[in-house]
Design a binder for this molecule. Structure first.
Ligand SMILES: [Zn+2]
Length: 117
């Protein structure tokens, strides 16, 4: 059974003390959100997100985090806004752009890791 968005938000929201990489961006809703990644040998071992944003951003961030967990960095780069939206059928039309913000921040956090190599 697929986990609900709320239980994913509980699981993945928060800060990380010493992430391997991280990124923060401000979205169109005025919300700020960030991803923290713990990466070992090219695999994402832990993910946390921080968001002051709307419910849509939180739901998308939690879904993207659950998709990224345990993936390699190159696999995580295949996570798309479309995939996040498909897994959140209840996401309202006016918050579709939140999925783009979330994926952008995820990519930026991965870039932060790749630049350390
Ligand atoms: Zn929004």
């Amino acid at each position: 059974m697929e986990k609900t968005a709320n239980s994913l938000i509980d699981q993945f929201s928060g800060r990380m003390n010493s992430p391997t990489s991280s990124a923060i961006l401000k979205g169109i809703c005025g919300e700020e959100m960030g991803f923290y990644l713990l990466i070992e040998k090219g695999r994402i071992e832990d993910v946390k997100f921080y968001s002051e944003g709307c419910a849509g951003t939180k739901a998308c961030a939690a879904m993207a985090a659950s998709l990224a967990l345990n993936k390699t960095v190159s696999e995580a780069l295949l996570i798309s806004a479309g995939e996040v939206i498909k897994k959140l059928p209840a996401l309202p039309q006016e918050h579709l752009h939140c999925s783009i913000l979330v994926v952008s921040v995820l990519y930026k956090a991965i870039a932060d890791y790749l630049l350390q190599l």
